[in-house]
Ligand binder design. Structure first.
Ligand SMILES: *Cc1c(COP(=O)(O)O)cnc(C)c1O
Ligand SMILES: [Zn+2]
Length: 471
């Protein structure tokens, strides 16, 4: 789908990521890849001709004007750093009202000094995950170019978010593609409740992603998966809020779960731009954490030596690995369903992020993820399994000595605890059958921090003695 609508003069445009191509496209085009070479696209700005604050702290004054929708949104408060749409076209539902929380309890679990660990709790977004940051931006772009239908493939949270923006704004119809049996009820219930047209495909996320790209192209539907470069513009603001939470000081590490690698790619772009604009003098290191059952990025970067290589990553390494996945019929499999993805669409952009941020990639098991999740919960911030990969990954990097005890580390908690209660309840259950069904089948053998309910008869004496025995 393409129109000739000019959105924000020529101070912003889309550009191919490949240095050998660098084809540019007008903002009015809805594209998910370069038409010349198939690489991903970036949104690029002519900063010299745009009004940029001299210091990041100037954004703070907007908070006192939060009665205005653009200042109320944690995304659009930073409009000057993602100026692709005119303010009157912005669609906002108050996304990005999220804060950075210090957690000494989780710091202790990880092995960091007191005061060194921060959790950026993106579960507090309107649809319960960080996806709203990106959806507000992509939706705004779709609205600017007059789209009437928007689609995505989803492990759950993108569809919940799209359904919400469509349902509330009434500007577009949502069409969502999900794999069968893979989506948690918390997320599915949102899409259905908000009124999205829901297509459940007999396949997994990678299958749904492949089909949605075909269908949107054939029917001219706007695609809001993170191959959409505007999504990532909105997700940059998560890093602006992290900096804000640290009084505009750069932390040593940002740790984030990696699924389709949109978030990590957006973070890399955010820091690259802030550095180029002279708004920060130091770039933090980035750690991207895969689940061991969906560890393509880890395998490619840490074991097979894949690098950004100034925009010319060795495609043969990727193709060879995907061939092996096909030949061995390997499918992504992890309890952390939001990162259960074997062919991450933002692979090349994330290589750039790793390059910009001197990044590392690690994998953690479902056991490590759920143990970490229980510690996040025990310290007062519930998250879904995928989010806890960031905490589990930090603990691993601390044990390796890559992160030192005195480092300041920010873990991104990507989604809310109530998104996936099945995993939480199974972890804490005393019912061995339930534990085996949900967890042991995934190699989780022990719920180290389980807080089991105590079953008692409906009898006063037994209830009293159960309480006293567990004091
Ligand atoms: C989408 C999602 C992820 C993965 O993010 P990517 O940008 O795809 O790497 C992680 N956690 C949660 C809760 C998500 O919804
Ligand atoms: Zn190109």
């Amino acid at each position: 789908m393409s129109t000739s609508v000019q959105t924000n003069s020529d101070q912003a445009f889309q550009r191919c990521l490949s240095p050998d191509c660098l084809a540019t496209y007008d903002l009015g085009e809805a594209l998910t890849a370069c038409k010349q070479c198939g690489e991903l696209l970036d949104v690029v700005y002519d900063w010299e001709h745009l009004p940029i604050p001299d210091t990041l702290s100037q954004f703070q004054s907007k908070w006192s004007r939060r009665n205005q929708p653009l200042c109320h949104s944690g995304v659009w408060r930073f409009h000057e750093l993602l100026p692709f749409a005119p303010p009157e076209k912005v669609v906002t539902l108050g996304e990005g009202q999220t804060l950075l929380h210090a957690s000494d309890g989780v710091a202790q679990y990880i092995g960091l000094n007191r005061g060194g660990l921060f959790l950026q709790y993106e579960g507090m977004n309107p649809s319960g995950s960080f996806k709203d940051n990106g959806m507000s931006a992509a939706f705004t772009h779709a609205h600017t170019i007059g789209a009437k239908r928007a689609a995505c493939a989803s492990t759950g949270n993108t569809s919940a978010s799209l359904a919400l923006y469509c349902g509330v704004s009434k500007l577009m119809q949502a069409v969502i593609f999900i794999g069968s049996g893979k989506i948690s009820y918390g997320k599915l219930s949102q899409a259905l409740d908000y009124g999205a047209l829901t297509i459940q495909i007999a396949g997994d996320f990678d299958d749904a992603m492949h089909r949605v790209q075909q269908v949107t192209e054939q029917l001219g539907i706007y695609l809001v998966n993170s191959v959409n470069p505007f999504r990532l513009e909105g997700q940059k603001t998560i890093m602006y809020r992290v900096l804000e939470g640290l009084d505009w000081q750069t932390p040593d590490w940002i740790v984030v779960p990696g699924g389709n690698l949109g978030n990590s790619s957006a973070f890399g772009k955010a820091f690259l731009e802030l550095h180029q604009l002279g708004l920060i003098d130091r770039i933090p290191r980035l750690a991207v954490i895969n689940a061991a059952g969906a560890d393509t990025f880890y395998e490619l970067v840490e074991n097979r030596g894949l690098k950004w290589n100034q925009g010319r990553p060795d495609r043969k390494i990727i193709e060879q690995y995907y061939r092996e996945l096909d030949e061995t019929k390997q499918r992504a499999s992890t309890i952390a369903s939001a990162i259960e993805i074997n062919r991450p669409v933002n692979l090349s952009k994330c290589l750039r992020a790793i390059d910009v941020c001197q990044g590392v990639v690690r994998e953690v098991t479902d056991q490590q993820i759920l143990d970490a999740k229980s510690q996040v919960g025990a310290n007062g911030l519930g998250c879904e399994p995928a989010s806890a990969a960031s905490v589990a990954g930090t603990k691993l990097l601390r044990a390796e000595g890559v992160i030192s005890p005195s480092d300041r580390v920010v873990c991104i908690l990507t989604g809310h605890q109530l998104k996936d209660p099945t995993a939480t309840v199974a972890y804490h259950t005393s019912d061995q059958n339930e534990f085996d069904r949900v967890l042991a089948s995934r190699g989780v053998l022990q719920a180290r921090y389980a807080n089991q309910a105590i079953a008692v008869a409906n009898n006063l004496d037994e209830i009293v003695s159960a309480i006293q025995a567990n004091n």
